[in-house]
Design a protein around this ligand. Sequence first.
Ligand code: ZN
Length: 291
Amino acid sequence: MGKLIRAITGDGTIVAYALDATDMVQRAVDIHQTSAVVTAALGRLLTAASMMGVMLKGKDDSITLRVKADGPAGTLLAVSDSEGNTKGYVENPVVEIPLNTAGKLDVGAAVGHHGTLQVLKDLNLKEPYVGHTPIVSGEIAEDITQYLATSEQVPSVCALGVLVNPDLSVRVAGGFIIQLLPFADEAAIEKLEQNIKHVPAVTTAMDAGQTPEDLVRQALDGFSVEILDERTAGYVCDCSRERVENALRSMGETELRAMIAEQGGAEVVCHFCGQKYQFNVPELKGLITPK
Ligand code: ZN
């Protein structure tokens, strides 16, 4: 589990979130067996989802980030609860492409440069809130920044990073999101912009041993910073046999009878964690609700 902190400046005009997502992203690699560039892409999306999960107001609220663009990785998905616990999925876990001109994993090329970031918030209302923004670069952090600025109208700075070892394990992963509240003054904005120009990359900072709190204090250098809370967040899948049963039940009698006749049972695999759920014929028959 990694540490996730929430902080605010002394004048209450800037809020910040920062996360050490190293364990979270390693778990994603263990489950999905991603190649390095996909680890970076999915890891960045999971990190962002976790911090945006903590922004939710209700305890049972959840947020889903879906990136659908024209790169070889296909659709990427990250879901977080309000405690920052996440799970994720990627359509094509293994993508092999050359490093970019800066010698870094080319996340933008793996994700694609044309497409949509969809943000779905389940706030336990009748309908979920859904926002869309076009992909800016496919590098994820810029796409999240764009979404927050245009769809939620909160000027934000988002930095995300995943460093992958040669053996494909995760060396460090994490990031921060800083948000300006409506009454932030020009001087504060300017100071923040100057700071952001000079902060090292998230992976460089974390690889040198910096904590989420260090990331925030560095980005908010010159401001008084109060840590509001800290918690642990990890890769957590909430699937269960009961949920799978409900999903099967909702497929309806015709589908279930076809499964019984054609396959003599069913195996359902959770997309997020790989857990397998087996159903034999009597169990499937038990899910058919009489009309
Ligand atoms: Zn699962």
